[in-house]
Design a protein around this ligand. Structure first.
Ligand SMILES: C[S@@+](CC[C@H](N)C(=O)[O-])C[C@H]1O[C@@H](n2cnc3c(N)ncnc32)[C@H](O)[C@@H]1O
Length: 446
């Protein structure tokens, strides 16, 4: 028998006909890859797999979607950012996932792997009750599954809808807006009271563009979404790029806003164009995306109407999403006061212990709703960090002795009727992160 040393690791874990995506080195990735190899067969492996680049030498759809220059970063981007996207080209940044850097968003490739393991594909419907930037919905659409997403923040519904339309929308008018980038920026800057860096050019093209913007604003911001699809989609994409720009300029003054906007819009169009090229060449069906503003504690969905649930909750010491997105919410005409009252993690007063009690109660309601809308025998998956450092402050226990939040939420889920199936640990890297480990917790409705 061959000595084990002569076998390539980790390829020896998988059948010969499967080629792993390059650069897979985390244990949780290999675990999900192994689960994919066990659950998907034949054409489904080629069309759906997240962790293989070829099956019997045939390139997978995920590989084709990611390969090449995924993110066109502006020349002035830091070497660190460029290297991050190069190493992570199969994990993140493909399709329209790279539009808008929403804090705390999922790794798209991991979401794809999880959806595969819990049987989400064409003909199925998945729910993310706290969708944030819509990673689950976009990934489900790429797999040909339908998806419903809910988030208390109207900005999240707007962002997700825009990322979904970027998969198929006509890009011609947005290209025109990029060719007249000063006029486009000037329009938004005036509308949202931002200091103007340059006087806008006067030309027939600029006048036309202003007209499109006025109509688009009317449809998108006043809530009459998608009456005239092309205009509204174009406007939404440009507005998202503008809001992204304002986020950057609030954090860093390194580049003038107009230059940032140009770079961001170029990148958005590059991502959309690149995905659309692969999509047209491959000719596969995308699932429907239904992104809604709403409260996960009271879902407007019928009992037993979805085939899977996947989400990551905020923490009781949440990123203050309302504060973080204040500019964006105001731009969309949202009253923040109402939002703070229903945002899980911000509610419950100023005492940590009260906030935590309120958080657990809220998460109990969310999980009860997930259980109600899920079909029997289907999975609900929560991706959540241990949060031990912060929990140790609430519970006044040493961090290494507190029960991690993943376990606490698992207990809450069991108390509302779920049974526990499995969990996969995943290391969190980076000095800025307060947590070292998160878990993919698989629950089942009996
Ligand atoms: C960790 S983020 C989700 C990020 C998401 N997985 C992604 O890929 O972008 C948690 C989300 O929960 C939302 N949220 C907070 N309270 C909520 C509520 N009552 N109902 C629905 N969503 C809520 C926040 O607005 C935030 O977008």
């Amino acid at each position: 028998m061959e000595h084990p040393l002569t076998q390539a690791f980790p390829s020896c874990l998988f059948p010969d006909n499967l080629t792993l995506i390059p650069g897979l080195r985390e244990v949780y990735e290999l675990h999900l890859a192994w689960l994919e190899a066990e659950t998907l067969t034949g054409a489904a492996l080629v069309e759906q797999a997240a962790y293989f680049c070829a099956v019997d030498g045939r390139p997978t759809r995920h590989f084709l979607t990611c390969v090449g220059e995924t993110l066109k970063l502006p020349d002035f981007s830091s070497a660190r950012l460029k290297s991050f996207f190069k190493t992570n080209s199969f994990r993140t940044g493909y399709a329209t996932h790279g539009l808008f850097p929403y804090r705390g968003k999922f790794h798209p490739q991991m979401v794809r792997g999880i959806l595969n393991v819990i049987g989400v594909g064409p003909g199925k419907t998945v729910l993310d009750p706290m969708m944030g930037s819509g990673t689950v919905l976009i990934e489900a659409a790429l797999l040909g599954a339908d998806a419903v997403g809910v988030d208390i923040s109207p900005f999240c519904a707007f962002m997700t809808e825009t990322k979904a339309s970027g998969l198929t929308m006509s890009l011609e008018r947005s290209e025109g807006a990029l060719a007249n980038v000063e006029t486009t920026f000037d329009y938004f800057a005036r509308r949202y009271g931002v200091a103007l860096p340059v006087p806008a050019r006067q030309s027939a093209a600029a006048d036309d563009l202003r007209q499109v913007m006025e109509e688009g604003a009317d449809y998108v911001v006043s809530g009459r979404r998608f009456r005239e699809r092309g205009t509204a989609e174009t406007y939404a994409l440009l507005l998202l790029a503008f809001l992204d720009t304002m986020g950057y300029t609030q954090r860093s003054q390194r580049k003038p806003p107009l230059e940032q906007f140009r770079g961001i819009l170029e990148r958005y169009l590059h991502c959309c164009r690149k995905f659309q090229r692969v999509h047209n060449a491959q000719g596969f069906d995308l699932g429907q995306v239904d992104a809604r503003q709403g409260d996960a504690r009271r879902l407007d969905l019928a009992e037993a109407s979805v085939d899977a649930v996947l989400f990551s909750p905020p923490y009781s010491f949440a990123i203050d999403y309302a504060e973080n997105d204040a500019f964006h919410l105001t731009a969309l005409g949202v009253d923040r006061a109402n939002l703070d009252d229903s945002m899980i993690g911000l509610r419950g007063g100023s005492r940590l212990a009260d906030k935590y009690a309120c958080y657990l109660d809220d998460m109990g309601q969310v999980l009860r709703e997930c259980h109600r809308v899920l079909r029997n025998g289907c999975h609900c998956v929560i991706v959540v960090g241990t949060n031990s450092n912060q929990l140790s402050k609430v519970l006044k226990q040493p961090a290494d002795q507190v029960t991690g939040l993943h376990k606490v939420l698992r207990d809450v889920a069991e108390s509302v009727g779920f049974s526990f199936s499995a969990e996969i640990p995943r290391a969190i890297k980076g000095i800025a992160n307060t947590m070292r480990e998160e878990y993919i917790v698989f629950l089942k409705k009996k």
